[in-house]
Write a protein that binds this ligand. Structure first.
Ligand SMILES: [Zn+2]
Length: 550
């Protein structure tokens, strides 16, 4: 044996043995067992018509939940809820507005103009009480954003105490994509408005940047919205200081600006340039909201592999996939069941096979690993937020999240897009795992889709916990006949969130195994690090949310 090779082997073995408890052969063995058929099997069950679209509160969801629980049992996962159960009850509140008893009136001096519900405006349910009403002057506040780190402040020259603020959905285009995504969230905007003393909100889109049609918004509003219910029986995160939150149809937005110092065209032009703006609208509004609420019982399914290190086992790495989807709705080509095969039966299937990979190792990882099939993602990331706000295990803390949600496997995978990897130390384990699997790492191909805030990983990020969300990339090989980026865009416009997202799609289950492997390896390497994952120095999300870490 040559001297150089011996040193290489010694270095390799020492680093390997100090960073993880298994040999490369044992890890390889776990990887080799990942099977495309297992993924197909889980998906075929969870996306079957029998489960009727897995809507929270339905028998279909309960069947899906039972499937995940029994799979956890057969995989040898321990109960993740108080060491005694796999089921974390998640009480949800559905709130919907009684349109006939709700209204919005514009008050111009002595003149009052009553608008038509559903035509000019809709109102969000007010969860804190069945009846809520305000009457206050209107103030325009641009995007309704205060972002000192970008020297941007729509509130800098205006006092909104006791007023109803009017803002444009969206955020300045010059913000980097993830930060822009953060500032477009209702959470960020409501929090700022409340801090400034506003008592109500009217949001509006500009014709140029509407993401969805007005008709779609009205339809969704009729179905109501959901919050999780806390121990006091109140809806969590409901921003009750805002007595009314209305959305205005941009087609009629002119009527809010009749006495404004600037016309809507000029406002749109400034918004397009990402400039801050604010002024009184010299108009008042009176808003009445009548809200109905109903409790819907749902659940997260939680299994755990206890860590093997006496200290590190109190630190948990949490894998999530959302079990819920849209249930039964308006038929498309005669099909009314929203099977959610890709969204997100696929994530649950991958999560189960990640668990199997861990269980096929000869020894448990150092840190503990939680597998959670969460509810209410489609209703606003509710199950994941409930999980992290009401931790089901006895003691310990969560140090990382890996979320799996329609990762895209319609083609062989050559590269991945790991959302979150450039924000925290998890980037290192991502590179390590991708290197072993021969996968390249690519940047976000659709920054305008604001993926970073759109799935369960964001519930963890909001609590200061580093998280990852991995999607397939679009690298092609010369023999490829389809443009993967175009086929992704096409899928989103024709199939996403429709009854067509069923098992009659050209899934590449072998490609899906890559998502099992990459998620397994990243979590495994993370579980073996001496230090828990941390945000990169000066990272925007780290700074924004770190104080909330627990
Ligand atoms: Zn979805």
């Amino acid at each position: 044996m040559k001297h150089g090779l011996l040193i290489f082997l010694l270095v390799f073995l020492t680093t390997t043995l100090t960073t993880c408890a298994q040999t490369p052969a044992e890890l390889q063995n776990a990887l080799n067992k990942v099977s495309p058929e297992a993924i197909k099997g889980h998906m075929s069950f969870l996306a079957d018509d029998l489960l009727e679209g897995r809507q929270p509160g339905t028998r279909g969801f309960a069947l899906g939940s039972k499937y995940m629980e029994t799979q956890f049992v057969s995989l040898g996962l321990q109960p993740g809820v108080n060491d005694s159960s796999y089921i974390q009850s998640v009480p949800l509140q559905r709130g919907w507005v009684e349109a006939a008893e709700s209204g919005l009136t514009l008050i111009d001096g002595k003149q009052e103009k009553q608008l038509e519900y559903g035509k000019q405006f809709i109102i969000n349910p007010y969860f804190a009480s069945p009846a809520s009403a305000i009457s206050a002057p209107l103030v325009f506040v641009g995007f309704g954003i205060s972002a000192p780190e970008f020297k941007y402040d729509d509130y800098s020259n205006i006092d909104v105490r006791g007023k109803i603020v009017v803002w444009i959905n969206d955020a300045p285009k010059q913000f980097p994509s993830s930060e822009r995504a953060y500032y477009t969230t209702a959470d960020a905007k409501y929090t700022e408005a409340i801090k400034r003393g506003a008592v109500g909100v009217i949001t509006m889109g500009l014709p140029s940047n509407r993401r969805s049609s007005w008709e779609g918004s009205v339809r969704r509003s009729r179905q109501g919205s959901y919050k999780w219910q806390n121990g006091q029986g109140m809806a969590a995160n409901s921003y009750e200081a805002l007595k009314a939150v209305a959305s205005f149809n941009s087609e009629y937005a002119d009527s809010l600006f009749i006495h404004a110092p600037v016309n809507l065209q000029k406002i749109a032009a400034l918004a397009a340039e990402g400039k801050s703006q604010s002024f009184p609208l010299n108009l008042s509004a009176s808003i009445r909201v009548k809200t109905n609420t109903k409790v819907v019982q749902s659940s997260n399914v939680v299994g755990v592999i206890r860590g093997s290190d006496p200290q590190l086992k109190n630190e948990y790495i949490v894998y999530t996939a959302h079990l819920d989807h849209f249930g039964i709705g308006a038929p498309v080509s005669g099909d009314s069941i929203f099977n959610g095969a890709h969204d997100d039966a696929s994530g649950n299937a991958i999560l189960l096979e990640v668990a199997r990979a861990y269980r096929s190792l000869p020894a448990a990882p150092k840190r503990s690993i939680i597998f959670a099939a969460v509810t209410g993602e489609e209703l606003g990331l509710l199950g994941s937020d409930y999980f992290i706000s009401n931790l089901p295990m006895k003691g310990g803390k969560v140090v990382a999240n890996l979320a799996i949600d329609m990762p895209f496997f319609f083609h062989p995978i050559l590269d991945i897009v790991p959302y979150g990897a450039d924000h925290s130390s998890l980037g290192k384990q991502t590179e390590q795992a991708a290197g072993i699997l021969g996968l390249k790492i690519s940047p976000d191909p659709f920054p305008e889709q604001v993926v970073f805030i759109r799935s369960d990983h964001y519930s963890f990020i909001k609590k200061g916990i580093p998280a990852l969300f991995i999607k397939s990339g679009f690298m092609t090989v010369p023999q490829d006949t389809v443009d993967r980026s175009k086929s992704d865009v096409a899928w989103r416009s024709t199939t996403y969130h429709t009854p067509k997202d069923d098992m009659n799609q050209p899934f590449d289950f072998k490609a899906a195994t890559m998502h099992v492997k990459i998620n397994f390896l990243i979590g495994y390497f993370t579980s073996s690090q001496p230090a828990a994952p941390s945000w990169n120095k000066g990272d925007f999300f780290g700074q924004k949310f770190q104080q909330k870490a627990f």
